[in-house]
Design a protein around this ligand. Structure first.
Ligand code: PLP
Length: 387
């Protein structure tokens, strides 16, 4: 059996894989089983922040492996405490709950918002408003939060208490917050799976104002946008708002599973002993990886993200077969005349790995991808898009 046949026979068929086995890699270059080289513009869907096998990250992770790979949350470990301190210092948030994935980070955010509202205003105040076209995860609760009906159909009944507003429609958001006893508003500043669509600044400001007026918690899902991806440490920092809760995962630990829910001043004391938990959450190896990543997301790196973003926007905007380019930082959506899947397949043929998001081609390269690799990848993308 080949690996592809074995996978088809034994792995649950939830993923429509590309016909490509990734065997090895270094930085933003990966190789298939036959040694063919690809420039990686997907970084494992925004996960390998510093690419494959980054030396500093590997050193941090293996050093922790040599000490202890897991204890339990019944004991203290240094990486967990140090990472929480780092996250709080970088954001002004007060406390961190660690989990293993983006969906779990959002689950914790939702639980914290509901508990805050119940403690302060009574249990009937439990509605969570999210946006249409959003994506918040695959658990039944985060599916309920996800504002795209096609994800819901097969799995009803979902967790109750979620309503969805049109993105950038302040009137609708205000009306929902008035109609429903609302505990929280959850939004992605750039809707990633929804097609790499940034929210308007006025809308995010209005959402923050509604939350402030009504003592609703503002929750920002930074699972995809976080940890330097958009050219700021977190995407909300482009918007001049202060969320009450921030959830993040994906690129946080550079390729190891780690979710984090950051609780601000209002939610700081909401979760007490036994209110929430996770066996693996805050695993010391994952936290050591995350410390290595976060400690290198500094002004210089973020300036590089912005510069590479400008380069891609300029190189792609207005090119034949490209209707438009959206996004923020190194989170880029390309509206193509050809079907996005066709463009991605043609790019792969030419040795460039891209992703799709809805009807767009999506680029999520590693934050430290060398400019030369981007310059080498652009002609392949342009050729694939051209009519
Ligand atoms: N939230 C956002 C914005 C995401 O993009 C994703 C994954 O794509 C998730 C949540 C879910 O993350 P995970 O797959 O780690 O559960």
């Amino acid at each position: 059996m080949t690996i592809k046949e074995m996978d088809a026979a034994y792995v649950a068929s939830t993923y429509k894989r590309f016909p490509l086995e990734i065997a090895s890699g270094k930085g933003s270059v990966v190789f298939d089983e036959n040694g063919k080289k690809y420039i990686d513009l997907g970084s494992g869907i925004a996960v390998t922040s510093f690419g494959i096998g980054d030396d500093e990250w590997k050193q941090a992770v293996t050093a922790q492996l040599d000490l202890v790979q897991h204890t339990s949350n019944l004991y203290y470990t240094a990486p967990c405490a140090r990472l929480a301190k780092m996250l709080c210092e970088r954001t002004g948030m007060r406390k961190v709950f660690f989990s293993n994935s983006g969906a779990e980070a959002n689950e914790c955010a939702i639980k914290a918002a509901r508990k805050y509202a119940a403690d302060k205003h009574g249990p009937e105040r439990h509605t969570i408003i999210t946006l249409k076209n959003s994506f918040h995860g695959r658990t039944l609760t985060t599916l309920a939060a996800t504002g795209q009906a096609h994800y819901h159909e097969l799995f009803r009944p979902l967790t109750p208490g979620f309503v969805h507003a049109e993105a950038n429609n302040v009137m609708e958001l205000a009306a929902l917050a008035k109609t429903y006893p609302t505990a929280g508003i959850l939004l992605e500043c750039v809707q990633g799976e929804g097609g790499v669509v940034p929210l308007e600044k006025d809308f995010v400001s209005a959402a923050a104002e509604i939350c402030r007026e009504k003592d609703i918690l503002l929750m920002v899902d930074e699972v995809q946008t976080g940890n330097g991806r958009t050219g700021e440490m977190y995407a909300y920092m482009h918007y001049g708002v202060t969320p009450d809760i921030v959830s993040t995962a994906k690129g946080l630990a550079g390729g190891l599973p780690l979710g984090a829910t950051l609780l601000g001043e209002k939610a700081e004391h909401v979760l007490g002993f036994g209110d929430h938990g996770s066996t693996f959450g805050g695993n010391p190896v994952c936290c050591a990886g995350a410390i290595s990543i976060l400690s290198r997301i500094d002004d210089k790196l973020l300036a590089g993200v912005k510069e590479k973003s400008r380069f891609l926007f300029e190189a792609l905007t207005g090119a034949p077969g490209i209707r438009g380019v959206t996004g923020l930082g190194l989170m880029i959506g390309i509206q193509t005349e050809k079907p996005a899947g066709e463009v991605v397949a043609a790019c792969m043929e030419k040795g460039v790995l891209c992703l799709t998001a809805k009807d767009r081609v999506r680029l999520l390269p590693a934050l430290n991808i060398p400019m030369e690799l981007l310059k080498a990848a652009v002609p392949a993308i342009l050729a694939a898009c051209a009519p």
